[in-house]
Design a protein around this ligand. Structure first.
Ligand SMILES: [Ca+2]
Length: 586
């Protein structure tokens, strides 16, 4: 370990630079919405109380947008408050998990008050439902043509509402009232988030944005093993593979036995969504197995049907052959593979940033193992890692066609994603922070009490923590730091935690932030299909999935030759794959 100190110092030096650069440049940067913490859950969550008042009858139908062609106002006024206040009816799923304190209900609570006082928007629960019943209520509202003023729904439900002409075109309101900085956030990824609700020039919804932190991946490497086999931190996927071979054949744990594996693999094969080593390696080489993505001609293609994947499969097969993959992987789930990490069998893991808290990983921290967190490197052939990333909009917010105040939705998002909110007196974000620190409201994801919420899609939760730890004038009362205070207490030593826990948290939050920063958002690859499962997907989906998984396992374990993948592609298309592609491209 000691002889590598110089190199590791350099590594950390680089990490520090990346981290600092990141803090200044982009996501791990000053735009800290104080209200971020709770915005983890979908806007559609939360459960049940009793129904309240019927919807406020609407005023004069003002369907025609305020003269969009006359004044396409580039320099229009961002609107932060409805004055006088307006009512906005919603379908509300009540928070039954955390519940409401005495005096607080789903239809009348302190969060609703903050919304009204700061934004001039008074929610009226047209329908209240348990979380499980939310979608049912949305479907009912659509089917009976009885929408609330504001509706949070999926992109496929939006498709239906748009077709039935039930929604306001928000484009003129966005142009006229949206804060340009807020607009820039929602327009991240070249406006991709709006694609599912855009028809020509018209925009029928605002994306309920979430951040992408949870779907970015880190290359975790045991530092002691890396040093034992005398390798550097990989900068190409080929080097990752070389390291995996070394971890198989060069006795990284030094016990004189060949008893370690190079890569973790679990039984869920290519269909283990977003968590699988196979997908990460494929992404690094420009392949997107198990995903519907945009092909070179703009049409949607299914990534598993690319014969180029044979090269990746061959690498797995070869590694398996030399004992570099657990021979029982096909019967082990994710947790079992994590156990292998804890048992000292695996020293290389590509996955989520919070991996260190998994029990197997945690065991290694207790034993004093040090992990390196590096960015997933690209294959030599691509030179750039373009990760598949879960679409950071889990729902859309739309406005009922006859509602008199569509601009209220813009007011809401302006306040929610306002980067300057902490400098403003009595801003929505400040008021929510204050509420979150009030006895009786602490520890509750208060944002779920409201009917809509946003996260800056390019904002990372770990950022405020990194800033706090680097701020010589750190003041825990500053609302901009009120995220992950528990982690801050641990990492800063205020919590008197064990050394291994401190290391674990440092890795999760500090190293991960630097890794996330190293992935330019323009390289993210999103799904190209936003609709509901098509007819053929519903009918043939599980058969196709099984076929794909079996093919994967058969090839990796050497039961079948890699060339049999061509046969798989043919079969997949015949069994419904071709029809699905027709359906998703309609
Ligand atoms: Ca060994």
């Amino acid at each position: 370990m000691k002889m590598q100190a110089g190199r590791n110092k350099l590594f950390y030096h680089i990490m520090t630079i990346v981290l600092l650069a990141g803090m200044i440049l982009s996501s791990c940067s000053p735009a800290a919405p104080a209200a971020t913490e709770a915005a983890k859950t979908s806007p559609t969550d939360a459960p049940k109380t009793e129904p309240t008042k019927p919807p406020e009858p609407t005023k004069a139908p003002e369907t025609e947008a305020p003269a969009p062609t006359e004044e396409p106002p580039a320099a229009s006024q961002p609107l932060y408050k409805m004055d006088p206040a307006v009512e906005m009816s919603v379908i509300k799923s009540a928070d039954t998990f955390f519940g409401y304190y005495e005096g607080q209900t789903a239809g009348n609570n302190a969060v609703y008050d903050v919304w009204e006082e700061t934004m001039g928007i008074r929610f009226v629960n047209k329908v209240e439902t348990a979380m499980e019943g939310y979608q049912q209520q949305v479907k009912l509202a659509i089917a009976s043509d009885d929408l609330p003023d504001m509706i949070a729904a999926s992109s496929s439900e939006f498709e239906e509402m748009i077709q039935n002409d039930m929604l306001v075109d928000l484009k003129p309101y966005i142009d006229q009232y949206m804060d340009p900085a807020v607009k820039a956030k929602l327009m991240a990824f070249d406006g991709a988030l709006f694609a599912p609700v855009t028809r020509g020039e018209a925009v029928y919804g605002l994306p309920a944005t979430s951040n992408v932190e949870g779907s970015l991946r880190t290359l975790w490497i045991r530092k002691d093993w890396l040093e034992k086999v005398g390798r550097e931190v990989p900068t190409t996927m080929e080097e990752v593979l070389d390291l995996a071979i070394a971890f198989t054949e060069e006795d990284p744990d030094g016990n004189g036995k060949k008893d370690t594996w190079g890569l973790p693999l679990d039984k869920d094969g290519p269909n283990s969504r977003l968590l699988n080593t196979f997908e990460i390696m494929a992404n690094a080489c420009g392949y997107y197995p198990a995903r519907l993505i945009k092909g070179p001609d703009g049409k949607i293609v299914y990534g598993s049907l690319d014969p180029g994947l044979k090269t990746i499969l061959k690498q797995f097969q070869d590694l398996y052959k030399i004992g570099g993959i657990d021979p029982e992987f096909a019967s082990k789930d994710f947790a079992k593979v994590d156990e292998s990490v804890g048992a000292g069998k695996i020293g290389l893991w590509m996955g989520v940033f919070w991996k260190p808290v998994d029990p197997g990983f945690a065991t290694t921290y207790k034993e004093g193992v040090e992990w390196i967190a590096a960015p997933i490197p690209p294959c030599k052939s691509t030179g750039v890692y373009k990760p598949f990333v879960a679409f950071p909009a889990n729902a859309y917010y739309g406005i009922r066609k006859d509602y008199a105040h569509p601009e209220a939705l813009i007011v809401a998002v302006n306040n929610y994603l306002d980067s300057d909110a902490l400098k403003k007196p009595d801003s929505f974000q400040k008021r929510m922070s204050a509420l979150a620190n009030t006895e009786g409201f602490k520890g509750i994801p208060l944002n779920n009490w409201a009917a809509l919420q946003w996260q800056d899609p390019l904002y990372f939760d770990s950022s405020p923590l990194v800033r706090a730890l680097n701020d010589p004038e750190f003041n825990p009362e500053n609302p901009q730091y009120q995220v992950h205070m528990g982690a801050y207490d641990i990492i800063s030593g205020r919590n008197n935690s064990d050394e291994w826990i401190i290391n674990q948290f440092k890795d999760i939050f500090l190293k991960s932030c630097a890794v996330h920063e190293s992935y330019p958002p323009e390289n993210y690859v999103f799904s190209a299909y936003f609709g509901a499962p098509t007819l053929t997907m519903q009918k043939q989906g599980s058969i196709l999935e099984d076929l794909e998984e079996k093919t994967f396992i058969d090839i990796v374990t050497g039961n079948k030759d890699v060339s049999s993948y061509d046969e798989f592609i043919k079969q997949y298309l015949q069994l419904g794959g071709e029809q699905i592609l027709i359906e998703v491209n309609q």
